[in-house]
Design a protein around this ligand. Structure first.
Ligand code: 5GP
Ligand code: MN
Length: 336
């Protein structure tokens, strides 16, 4: 972890601290933000979390009251907080565009010192301090390192550790991906020693699925999944009508793309969900098959080697056709 002592010194010197993260928050962005907020409070300082949009419902249980202000719901407050901040943390993202155009613009215009703590490759050069660690599984792991390496391990508690544990679990598919290292487990051990109840985290996060959500997932797999054998590619596509039929709410398709990836003979999976005339794309791959380049080259996206995202402005059908046309160039055995 780069810069741990400098980062903590910046916290101690700051008067108004804001913590930001990327659009469409996931477990790691929510977890690292809450862990950071509570660490800052344990240091005797305060901060406000400003996210571009709302926390998905399956992660609501992590919050203790009103810990997150969201730009979609309260733009004026977020703009004023960011304008007045002398220190802005940028967690789990590597460039202003990841917050969406509007809030990204607010970040660029803000005068406060910007500190990025992140694990995505190719960070933009817009931060005063940049703790960029693409080799680490999650930003949440980096927040634990920040505490340990700045000499503040003694401040670890159940309240700080629980969201950080959750962030690691969700970004690693429950400790499954190759990004998990011995160090991840050493740090997890510290969390458990300090009161984190891992069985409760899993129960609260993964065992409260709504019936409609389960039906949507079943329908997606039974009716909307296509496998291209030569390219070892699975495509899952859900139209706006499909989502409406099962009363979709944010978070309902979380992890679904990994189910497609688990099919025998599949090494790349794509989930497409249609919303407001656009198609949100999620890419996952195994081993040496690289999806962030595919996302960046063709779908205005990016991310990690084996987990990326992007967007298509074509119709859902046209997007599927575009993927199928491109697939032989990028995927299949010859590319591994
Ligand atoms: P997900 O499929 O879970 O939405 O995203 C997987 C990963 O891809 C995220 O951790 C993030 O790194 C990246 N990602 C998702 N959407 C985008 C996007 O629109 N642009 C970029 N650059 N990265 C994205
Ligand atoms: Mn992350």
């Amino acid at each position: 972890m780069k810069l741990a002592k400098e980062i903590v010194q910046s916290i101690q010197e700051a008067k108004n601290i804001v913590i930001t993260s990327h659009k469409s928050p996931d477990g790691d962005s929510i977890g690292s933000s809450l862990g950071m907020l509570r660490f800052i409070r344990a240091l005797g300082q305060d901060a406000t979390i400003c996210h571009p949009d709302a926390c998905p419902s399956f992660l609501e249980w992590l919050k203790d009251g009103d810990e997150i202000v969201d730009f979609d719901a309260d733009q004026d407050r977020v703009i004023s907080l960011m304008d007045n901040a002398d220190l802005i943390f940028c967690l789990d993202y590597n460039g202003s565009g990841r917050m969406g155009k509007d809030m990204g613009g607010v970040l660029l215009a803000a005068d406060g010192k910007k500190i990025m703590i992140d694990h995505h490759p190719y960070p933009e050069d817009i931060f005063e301090l940049s703790a960029s660690h693409p080799e680490v599984c999650s930003t949440s792991q980096l927040i634990i390192e920040l505490m340990v390496q700045s000499g503040n391990e003694k401040l670890l508690s159940q309240s700080i550790g629980t969201p950080l544990y959750l962030g690691i679990v969700t970004d690693t598919g429950s400790f499954r991906f190759s990004s998990v290292t011995a160090r991840t487990h050493v740090l997890i051990g510290k969390l458990i020693e300090n009161g984190v109840e891992q069985a409760n985290v899993h129960e609260n996060t993964f065992n409260h699925n709504r019936l409609d959500q389960m039906k949507l997932r079943g329908y997606a797999i039974a009716e909307k999944l296509e496998v291209l054998a030569d390219e070892e590619l699975a495509i899952l596509s859900l139209s706006e009508m499909d989502l409406e039929r099962f009363n979709y709410i944010k978070g309902d398709t979380e992890g679904l793309v990994n189910v497609a990836l688990s099919i025998e003979g599949v090494s790349v999976a794509i989930l497409m969900t249609e919303k407001d005339g656009k198609v949100k794309m999620s890419f996952r791959s195994m081993g040496s098959i690289v999806v962030n380049k595919f996302a960046a080259d063709n779908f205005d996206g990016g991310g990690h080697m084996n987990a990326a995202g992007g967007i298509s402005f074509l119709s859902l059908e046209e997007t599927i056709e575009k993927v199928k046309k491109l697939a032989p160039t990028y995927f299949g055995k010859t590319h591994a």
